[in-house]
Write a new protein. Structure first.
Length: 399
């Protein structure tokens, strides 16, 4: 059946990783991969995760199915994390949370659910956005439109055009946002800007969908959830897709959650009924191990404190490598100001490198960067930072 069908193109990021594996340059550097790396270039298993897994192994008595929505304690822990312990949303039961297979799975389940009730709707995504957003929502049946976000000239947020576009979004449409650590630009909204977004959502009656994949990677667990808290204050319908791939390092456990927030407990209950029905026909029940591990850490005071400390170490390492990159390029007398990289948040950065430079770095230095200039700052280490800075400086002089 496949003989006359053309092969699908490789995923831009995973395809780059495959090419990197085949690279023979002994000094090769992968700045495209979307996972956290420590200063030894490894994606570590957190110590709090190892401790939680040990506890689970000791007390586990069954491998039976979880409920369709996942472990109840996991859902409670997710809500406390993304809303705060004293949130009115939790107290009034206005949120419905399921354990989803990763942040991608949460986005797709939300898209599938909402398309049932708004098949002719449009999803609005930022320019630029994570490449997979387009595929997830279009494959679920939505038309895709884009709103202005990143300004290439200022290397910052294009808020005026962004605001005007949101004011024109039709009622009932979905608007997808990065709650923090915007991927790929690293440029985030400030609190007052988020407050304005929540006001527009309430006024225009479109539905916010927050992709919350990097909580704790920008400023702190508490500060990074301000977008969610401000939306919750408006008592509007919105969704949150959250993930523990990054902040717990649980990439291969596919541990995420989808939370639907409604104006009332009754509406949240109705939403959950349809959410379960959607999950049932796609994967029936979530994988258990990652969710049980997260719930164990988040519900244990000692393990939670340990996790917060490990998360702080990851965040500070990323911030440190941002500074090292900017300072290193500045010291090499490149006629370009890269200081904007220090102002960005999270693992990713729009580096300002054009595709010609990216191609030169790959072909001549074995440095792999996604087209468009997005780099994973966590791919930089104390061992490769000088090589990367030297190579970029050489690329600029060669151009």
């Amino acid at each position: 059946m496949w003989k006359d069908i053309e092969a699908a193109p490789a995923d831009s990021i995973f395809g780059l990783t495959e090419a990197f594996r085949k690279e023979t340059n002994p000094r090769k550097v992968n700045l495209g991969v979307g996972v956290y790396k420590d200063d030894q270039g490894r994606t570590p298993v957190l110590q709090c995760v190892k401790a939680a897994e040990k506890l689970l192994l000791e007390k586990e008595e069954s491998k039976s199915y979880l409920p369709i929505s996942g472990d109840p304690l996991y859902s409670q822990c997710v809500q406390r994390l993304i809303f705060g312990n004293d949130s009115e949303v939790i107290k009034s039961d206005r949120a419905a949370t399921i354990h989803a297979p990763g942040g991608t799975g949460a986005l797709r389940i939300g898209a599938q659910l909402l398309n049932k009730f708004n098949a002719n709707g449009t999803v609005w995504v930022s320019t630029p956005t994570w490449a997979n957003h387009m595929g997830i929502f279009s494959d679920a049946g939505f038309a895709i439109s884009q709103y202005p976000y990143y300004n290439k000239e200022s290397k910052g947020l294009d808020f005026e055009d962004f605001e005007q576009c949101l004011l024109a979004v039709p009622e009932g449409d979905l608007v997808l946002f990065h709650a923090c650590c915007h991927n790929p630009s690293g440029v985030d909204l400030g609190e007052q800007q988020w407050r304005r977004v929540a006001e527009i959502a309430e006024e225009k009656k479109w539905i916010p969908f927050l992709d919350f994949a990097y909580q704790g990677f920008s400023k702190s667990l508490e500060l990074d959830r301000r977008a969610v808290e401000l939306m919750a204050e408006k008592e509007i319908d919105f969704l949150v897709a959250s993930s523990f791939s990054k902040n717990f390092g649980l990439y291969n456990e596919r541990t995420g959650a989808l939370t639907i927030v409604a104006p009332s407990a009754r509406e949240a209950e109705v939403a959950m009924s349809h959410l379960k029905k959607t999950v049932r026909v796609i994967y029936s029940n979530p994988p258990a191990h990652g969710g049980l591990t997260v719930a164990t850490v988040l519900s244990d005071d000692s393990l939670y404190k340990q996790w917060v400390g490990e998360l702080e170490e990851m965040r500070n390492r990323i911030i440190g490598m941002r500074t090292a990159l900017v300072d290193g390029l500045s010291a090499r007398d490149i006629d370009t100001d890269f200081s904007f990289i220090k102002d960005q948040s999270g693992m990713f950065s729009f580096s300002g490198l054009n595709d010609d430079t990216i191609s030169w770095l790959r072909n001549n230095k074995g440095i792999y960067i996604v087209g468009g200039g997005r780099i994973n700052v966590a791919g930089l280490t104390s061992k490769n930072i000088d090589y990367v800075c030297d190579s970029i400086a050489e690329a600029f002089k060669t151009a």
